[in-house]
Design a protein around this ligand. Structure first.
Ligand code: GLY
Ligand code: MN
Ligand code: MN
Length: 452
């Protein structure tokens, strides 16, 4: 039976306030912080792409609607957070859906003041004129970019008259990214929920696997379950590739027929309350690994388990990658696929490992599937801390179609990636996606089998 875990508690107003406070403690009193959501985007006449706000807007306020702006300024005593929102408008609401409006925004959100977005250009210009530094990321929202640029153009007059006005614009993203890198308990609950649903979705697609299925049919059961389980859908377009398509890292065509003897690779994850899951599993479409498939699968799994074990407080962020690379290289030497010594194989310039393993072993994950956070602050590998979340996703890809390599016949068109999402805790790695089956025995017992 499908067991969807209980929904986690929503992120509280207190938590948003605390995130805002931590950011503002790094600002100067004459700063103006401006956070914009993404603009809506047209897909075709009268049809928009599904809207998603910017992750920084979600992080600092949880506000999900388009046409909004969050600002923070200091009135000399304390920081004031203001949200500009779409105003109530019955005609628009009849067509597009209900709006919170200014009154709604003031009731349930971590803000001090709310205004209609229609007043933004006037009020924002007044705020900008009083600030000496504007913290704004350009390129996300051209309407707000224009307001900021206009104010900068007018600054000389303002400075001459009143002695203030913006003299610099800085991007606050790096400050916010540093906060977002360490996840709170409430964020981890959202991510665990996204991970549990995504794990179950993968299991459903394993059970639904059979020779002759189209890749998009497996995609549809996964993504259908994302919706069924109450997520907002995929966190990134699903990769569903059988046979040689499993050896194309970002394959998203997903329309081939799965043939007997092929491996299917599925990289798919749901987004819940803005937070991403990112899972890859690979299995034989007919339910039984061949010996060559087993050899490669077990090698990737060994590399993944060793890499997960490196996700510990105090270890460099790239320790999982180095652990995975070593095990993969040793294994490929043993299988006779790599003909170099271990040191030669691991060399980034001409090591043979890169022929079969050409990507990194992971990335931060959170509100963005490739989440923000500098990997090498000041050029030094960041050490992992409690609350950081990263993916661990080694793979091996034997694309027989590639003209640049001589693919060993025995492993032709085997593409294996195994990806989990891992939280670093004081007691070791906590695999958020641990419910997703990955041993050869577990996979073989599930593939093609209905739920009982
Ligand atoms: N799903 C994209 C990635 O694994 O990075
Ligand atoms: Mn990933
Ligand atoms: Mn992935």
């Amino acid at each position: 039976m499908l067991q969807i875990g209980e929904k986690p508690a929503a992120i509280s107003i207190d938590e948003f306030r605390s995130r805002q406070r931590r950011l503002m403690s790094q600002l100067r009193p004459d700063d103006l912080l401006i956070i914009c959501p993404n603009m809506e985007s047209t897909r075709s006449n009268d049809v928009h792409y599904p809207y998603r706000s910017s992750s920084d807007m979600l992080y600092l306020s949880g506000w999900k609607d388009p046409e909004s702006i969050l600002t923070a300024h200091n009135d000399g005593k304390s920081w004031i957070v203001t949200l500009f929102v779409q105003p109530k408008d019955t005609l628009k609401e009849i067509w597009e859906g209900r709006r919170e409006g200014v009154e709604g925004a003031l009731k349930g959100w971590a803000i001090d003041f709310a205004h209609s977005i229609e007043d933004a250009s006037t009020l924002l210009a007044q705020m900008i004129a009083k600030a000496n530094r504007i913290l704004h990321r350009s390129g996300i929202n051209s309407l707000v970019d224009n307001m900021v640029n206009d104010a900068i153009e007018r600054r000389d007059r303002g400075r001459q008259q009143f002695g203030n006005g913006p003299i610099s614009i800085e991007d606050p993203s790096a400050k916010i990214a540093e906060l977002r890198l360490r996840k709170s308990a409430a964020e981890i609950s959202q991510m665990r929920h996204a991970s549990q649903i995504s794990s179950l979705a993968h299991e459903i697609s394993m059970r639904h696997s059979a020779v002759g299925r189209r890749e998009y049919q497996l995609q549809s059961v996964i993504e259908g379950f994302f919706s069924y389980a109450g997520t907002s859908g995929w966190a990134y377009p699903s990769i569903v590739g059988c046979g040689e398509n499993a050896t194309v890292l970002h394959y998203t065509v997903n329309d081939d027929i799965c043939q007997d003897g092929e491996i299917i690779l599925i990289d798919a994850g749901a987004e819940y309350n803005g937070y991403a899951a990112d899972i890859t599993r690979s299995w034989p479409i007919n339910g039984k690994f061949t010996t060559p498939q087993k050899e490669i699968y077990q090698l990737v799994l060994n590399a993944q388990l060793a890499a997960i074990d490196e996700c510990r407080v105090g270890r460099p962020y790239n320790a999982p990658h180095e652990a995975a690379r070593k095990i993969l290289a040793e294994g490929l030497i043993e299988l006779g696929i790599i003909t170099q010594t271990l040191d030669e194989a691991l060399c980034m310039e001409n090591g043979q490992l890169r022929m079969w393993y050409m990507h990194n072993t992971g990335h931060w994950i959170g509100l963005d599937v490739h989440d923000v956070g500098i990997y090498k602050p000041n050029g030094e590998a960041r050490l992992l801390e409690e609350g950081m979340c990263l993916t661990v996703e080694p793979g091996l890809y034997f694309g027989a179609w590639r003209p640049d390599i001589d693919c060993p016949e025995r492993y032709a068109n085997i593409g294996i990636r195994i990806e989990d999402d891992v939280l670093v805790t004081s007691t070791g790695p906590d695999v958020l996606t641990k419910d997703c089956p990955k041993t050869i025995l577990d996979l073989e017992s599930l593939i093609g089998k209905d739920f009982e």
